[in-house]
Write a protein of this length. Structure first.
Length: 162
């Protein structure tokens, strides 16, 4: 799959490319003034359920009736508030342990784990370095449960597997 995604309240397009279980994405160019902000996604594969894929993407859309402040939890939990201070704490620990400069963007997102032995929710962390490929990390727990030790363990095992 590959594409460009418009994210609410984000001035830049998000550009991504994925093959099998490998996914790479980064903020792209800023949307130009007056340019339609629309997502364009191409998925290629065999025996894909087009209706299920379309429904899944449509459920992510925020339409005119949508209130972006009422963002449902994508994992079906009671809506959990993730404090910006928690995200900044994780970014701080990443900078402390990996020596990333303050200006290096560090993205922290909860994602579903599809492997049978994984917890249902894990946290993906991506450091976007200038003139280098992004650095990817994974912690097998939700954002609100991450501790310094979880981040420290990434030094030896940045992508733990179940």
């Amino acid at each position: 799959m590959k594409g460009i995604v418009h994210l609410t309240d984000e001035p830049r397009r998000f550009v991504f490319h994925g093959v099998h279980m490998t996914f790479d994405g980064a903020p792209g160019p800023v949307w130009r003034s007056g340019e339609p902000r629309q997502s364009e996604i191409v998925i290629i594969g065999r025996n894909l359920d087009q209706d299920a894929i379309t429904r899944g993407f449509r459920n992510c859309l925020c339409t005119a009736e949508c209130d972006p402040s009422q963002k449902p939890d994508p994992f079906g939990r009671q809506l959990l508030e993730i404090s910006p201070y928690t995200l900044e704490q994780i970014r701080y620990w990443m900078r402390q342990n990996f020596g990333f400069a303050r200006e290096v963007p560090i993205v922290v997102k909860e994602v579903p784990c599809v492997k049978p032995t994984c917890p249902p929710i894990e946290t993906a962390i991506m450091a976007i370095l200038r003139n280098e490929p992004p650095r990817h990390f994974k912690i097998q727990r939700p954002i609100n449960e991450i501790t310094f030790d979880n981040v420290y363990d990434l030094i030896e095992n940045p992508m733990p597997c179940c």
